[in-house]
Design a protein around this ligand. Structure first.
Ligand SMILES: [Fe+2]
Length: 391
């Protein structure tokens, strides 16, 4: 038996974190330049400029690359890698939600390796092609959800397949993550809720996933406690820096925990983003309670005592008197409490789409770590059950 535990990223947390960051980068890279990978929204909001000033105040030159789309596509990272090489950059700062942070990581690969995105597809053994040293990546999240700032994978949609392609390598992990709560105060309530549900789903799926990882389990439970305690406040009062800070830490913890594994909810969620452009966190929120309910209803015989105990332990964070069977309802109640009231049908998904959605979800690797083994037909049945649900 062999287990491997990894927790290496330096995490700077708090309202002084961004100020300290410039000096840390200067120590390692001299005057750069650093490629600042972000999106247009963060340029418009003045946040990209804020980060640029912090770096320049420490003597670090900055090359701005703000061409990352939501759900980044291959053209984004190809252009970023070209800019990195053309301008002689020595490192990358990813700034934004999961999209710019993931794009920053893939730019780091393409900037230092020959080949196209699909050459590095982790599902086709592409991680073995990441051989030379990567451009160092630093990450500044502006949403509290994906936890990409401590993750070793990145997702970009490939041009040829139109599917989300996972690039994975231990050296993709950012050197420093800056958790600055003041950068997240402008996030609107619905996006705060959706990204928060991504963090919650990471923690729930990691805690339930197969494998022996008590450290990840403990971090996952801690993340769930933080989300349950602070997401409603972050949604209701976006300027509450304490709630915002706790949510940033919860997101980082959720992603730290999911090195253990994820589960079927993420496999079901990914096709909704590629096909309908559904926000990843929202997709998880729409699926998480129903996917757990379906498994309890249809796969009960496959549940071990340990798995039922895990369901119960999560349920009791939401309601101290709850049983394992209460978990889906409690998660649905919590979803409503943070203002997410959409149904799966509102993403644009229809019963006619289910076979193709199920094919794509089944090809996605996340469900292989789900505690209950599910077939392609099972995944189709979960989609159908949610399309039939009324909210
Ligand atoms: Fe996620």
């Amino acid at each position: 038996m062999l287990a491997q535990f990894n927790f290496p990223t330096t995490i700077l947390f708090g309202t002084e974190a961004l100020g300290v960051f410039g000096g840390r980068v200067a120590e390692r890279h001299g005057n750069g330049p650093m490629l600042l990978v972000t999106d247009e929204g963060l340029v418009r909001a003045g946040i990209a400029d804020r980060v640029r000033r912090v770096l320049e105040a420490a003597g670090v030159k900055v090359e701005l690359f703000a061409e990352v789309h939501p759900n980044p596509v291959e053209a984004d990272v190809v252009a970023g890698a070209r800019r990195y090489r053309d301008t002689g950059c020595t490192g990358i700062v990813g700034l934004g939600g999961g999209s710019p942070l993931d794009a920053a990581k893939v730019v780091a690969v393409l900037a230092t390796h020959e080949g196209s995105l699909l050459d590095f597809d982790a599902m086709r053994g592409g991680d073995a092609r990441i051989t030379s040293a990567l451009a160092p990546v630093y990450a500044i999240p502006t949403t509290a959800g994906t936890g990409s700032e401590v993750g070793r994978s990145a997702v970009v949609i490939a041009e040829a397949t139109k599917r989300k392609t996972i690039v994975f390598h231990p050296t993709l992990m950012p050197r420093i993550a800056v958790l600055a709560p003041e950068l997240t105060v402008g996030l609107p309530p619905h996006l705060t809720a959706a990204t928060g549900f991504d963090a919650l789903t990471h923690a729930v799926e990691a805690y339930l996933s197969v494998g022996y990882h008590p450290m990840a389990d403990a971090i996952a439970l801690g993340a769930i406690e933080l989300v349950v305690a602070h997401l409603p406040t972050a949604v209701a009062d976006g300027a509450d820096l304490e709630a915002r800070g706790h949510m940033l830490v919860a997101a980082t913890m959720g992603a730290t925990a999911f090195q253990k594994g994820l589960g079927v909810v993420h496999s079901l969620a990914h096709p909704l983003s590629t096909r309908y452009g559904t926000h990843h966190g929202l997709a998880n929120a729409l699926l998480l309670p129903g996917a757990l309910a379906w498994q309890l209803a249809h796969e009960r015989a496959s549940f071990t005592d340990d798995l039922l105990a895990r369901y119960r332990r999560i349920a009791r964070i939401l309601d101290p008197g709850a049983s394992a069977d209460d978990l889906p309802r409690l998660l649905a109640d919590f979803r409503r409490r943070v203002g997410i009231t959409e149904t799966l049908a509102e993403t644009g998904a229809t019963h006619d789409d289910v076979p193709a959605l199920a094919d794509e979800a089944y090809d996605d690797p996340c469900h292989r770590e789900n505690p209950i083994t599910l077939s392609r037909d099972d995944l189709a049945a979960i989609y159908r059950s949610l399309l039939d649900a009324t909210g």
